[in-house]
Design a protein around this ligand. Structure first.
Ligand SMILES: NC(=O)c1ccc[n+]([C@@H]2O[C@H](COP(=O)([O-])OP(=O)(O)OC[C@H]3O[C@@H](n4cnc5c(N)ncnc54)[C@H](OP(=O)(O)O)[C@@H]3O)[C@@H](O)[C@H]2O)c1
Length: 237
């Protein structure tokens, strides 16, 4: 029997890295991809497995995405996000600044689906990552809300068009990952603590909470075109 091979774009940090760790612990082969060779090398060192491979790739560049599928794969997941400039008021909206989040999350997801669908082994799946901003938007967060909402619609359409390949979306709530390092000083810890207090589960997410939810989407052959919310109950409050 061939060993399961999973490609994770965004696998050098946060939720993608936690997913790589989970899958390696279950015996899978894992390819982690992202833009920075330094980040990839650091992640590979921390994973310390001969079943992990790294590929430098920008999900917004079609040639990079196509190269990911030179090796046969069973499942592909993207957790990639370039969050720089993601939050800006509509009145001051700057298209170039918004490109990072738009390209890394939405255009990248579409390119990934295009190249993954014909390449995945039977039973394969594509998992995209949206987020709570689509369901509990905040001022200055309209671009992130729009991108996350669009991913849910894209997955429904792609699940029909690319069948039998399954296409799903994981929608995380607030999760403690390096993405929030863009909040300066002690702001990150204070922001996450305030969020934790407001959530029904009384804590923010851990990267492995999301990793386990993604594995459920990947492995359940009866789930497609679905958004799975792993948000600690955020949509209820
Ligand atoms: N953390 C949260 O609270 C939260 C909440 C809701 C939704 N989300 C969503 O969950 C997903 C994962 O977030 P995270 O917190 O795990 O983020 P993270 O720790 O910042 O990791 C992001 C990863 O994406 C890679 N990346 C960025 N731009 C890329 C590109 N153009 N092409 C390829 N790789 C790229 C980064 O590596 P390089 O820099 O090397 O490219 C890194 O490996 C994102 O879609 C995010 O929007 C997060």
């Amino acid at each position: 029997m061939t060993t399961e091979h999973v490609i994770i774009v965004g696998g050098s940090s946060g939720m993608g890295l936690a997913l790589a760790e989970t899958l390696l612990s279950e015996g899978s082969e894992v390819t982690i991809a992202s833009r920075s060779p330094e980040r990839l090398e650091k992640a590979a060192r921390s994973l310390a497995s001969d079943r992990v491979r790294t590929v430098q790739a920008d999900i917004a560049h079609e040639n990079d995405v196509a190269r990911l599928f030179n090796e046969p794969a069973d499942h592909v997941v993207t957790t990639a996000v370039d969050g720089v400039g993601a939050y800006q008021p509509i009145a001051e909206f700057d298209v170039d600044t918004a490109r990072g989040v738009l390209d890394s999350k939405l255009i990248g997801a579409i390119l990934l689906a295009k190249h993954a669908a014909p390449a995945l082994r039977p039973g394969g799946s594509i998992t995209l990552t949206s987020g709570i901003a689509a369901y509990r938007p905040s001022p200055r967060g309209s671009m992130v809300a729009a991108v996350n909402g669009a991913l849910a619609s894209f997955a429904r359409a792609a699940a029909l068009e690319l069948a039998p390949v399954r296409v799903n979306v994981i929608s995380p709530g607030w999760v403690d990952t390096p993405v929030w390092d863009l909040i300066p000083g002690s702001g990150k810890a204070a922001t996450l603590a305030a969020k934790a207090e407001a959530l029904p589960v009384g804590r923010v997410g851990r990267p492995e909470d999301i990793a386990h939810a993604i594995v459920a989407l990947m492995r359940n052959g009866f789930i497609t075109g679905t958004v799975l919310h792993a948000d600690g109950g955020h949509r209820l409050v």
